[in-house]
Design a protein around this ligand. Sequence first.
Ligand code: F3S
Ligand code: F3S
Length: 103
Amino acid sequence: TYVIAQPCVDVQDRACLIECPVDCIYQGNRTLYINPSECVDCRACEPVCPVEAIFYVEDVPQQWAHYTTINAEYFQTPSAQQDEPYVRDGDHRLIARLPPQTS
Ligand code: F3S
Ligand code: F3S
């Protein structure tokens, strides 16, 4: 699978969302998440992210290693959001807790 890491938080460019052929990228409130059980490793998303937030699972930089778990855990709770299939309510607790990511 591929993983979305910290540079996406509060940026949410969403180019990846448009690019993914299997629609396995989902939008929370402050970042997007890749569902590891749906990602087919096509890699279409990685080069289009303007802030280089997307990594192959084995290439996630050490300081963002926990984002592999964050992306996976995010899909372990059901989403109540029904209107738009790629939008899920809320964020993973570790994302929700981050201070505003401004650059
Ligand atoms: Fe985020 Fe980059 Fe996608 S900023 S929404 S991972 S294109
Ligand atoms: Fe989609 Fe990226 Fe995986 S484009 S299939 S999330 S590698």
